[in-house]
Design a protein around this ligand. Structure first.
Ligand code: 6PG
Length: 250
């Protein structure tokens, strides 16, 4: 992993989420000042809940919600009411609690029985919203990512077909261990962002974090290693427990 790694280690998950919320406010207000809008791709799983709860409890006037646009970096192949839905989690812990216009929220239509069709539709939504110049990819201001104990990120799982995707922006990626498709951004789209920010907490993540940041295993086994923004910043915000395996020199 590159030496100029922006790795921020916090004593507790609460400290991590507080810092991530402050960073979010900074990035959102900065993007709206600079470009008139802030585009963000949310991660799923449990870790972002902490950030969303801090953000929804903050003074809402600090954020230009009407100029903020929410997308998802991956989604489970379930309906928006399903407890497994990343959209549902974000709606319950953040979006239903803040003054965000409904038309600024772009969820994956993951209730579609055909996961490939859901992925194609979402790719179409991104291309329409961002309207990137020919040969360029949509560029999110911020992509939030988590990392699994197996080193997966978004729904790019170890040794899954989606890791080799070079053209598509959003795909249905078959995840053997869950016997299901997941709808996920591909590495090229994730790496086109201005800022990619990993939020990682808990001792169960320590072996994978050590491998991703300091190890030599291939990205095929630790897909989080594939995340290297082309013209953007990579930030790891982790708690002490997740960082426990990292070499002292950090
Ligand atoms: C998902 C996520 C996934 C998640 C990791 C970490 O849909 O599950 O997008 O990539 O970020 O699995 O999950 P936890 O935060 O629950 O540990």
């Amino acid at each position: 992993m590159t030496t100029n790694l922006d790795l921020r280690i916090y004593a507790t998950p609460a400290d991590l989420f507080e810092a991530a919320a402050e960073d979010f406010v900074e990035q959102a207000t900065g993007a709206v000042q600079a470009r008139g809008r802030f585009t963000i791709a949310l991660s799923g799983g449990s870790t972002p809940k902490g950030l969303f709860q801090v953000l929804s409890s903050k003074d809402h006037d600090r954020l230009p919600w009407d100029r903020m646009f929410f997308f998802w970096g991956d989604e489970r192949h379930v309906s928006p009411e399903d407890p497994e839905s990343n959209y549902r989690m974000a709606r319950e812990t953040l979006l239903s609690k803040v003054p965000i216009p409904e038309q600024n929220i772009f969820r994956v239509l993951a209730e579609d029985t055909d996961a490939n069709r859901a992925a194609e539709k979402y790719e179409g939504t991104l291309k329409q919203f961002f309207a990137p110049p020919a040969g360029r990819l949509p560029q999110f201001d911020l992509v939030l990512l988590g990392m699994g104990p197996d080193g997966h990120t978004a729904s790019l799982f170890p040794q899954s077909k989606g890791l080799r995707e070079k053209q598509r922006l959003v795909i249905a990626n078959w995840v053997e261990k869950f016997s299901t498709d997941r709808i996920t951004f591909t590495a090229p789209l994730l790496n086109a962002a201005r800022v990619v920010e990993f939020l990682v907490a808990g001792s169960d993540k320590a072996p994978a974090l050590r491998e991703v940041l300091e190890g030599n295993a291939s990205p095929d086994l630790y897909p989080s290693k594939m995340i290297r923004p082309v013209n953007g910043k990579l930030v790891w915000m982790v708690d002490q427990a997740a960082a426990a395996g990292l070499s002292a020199k950090r």
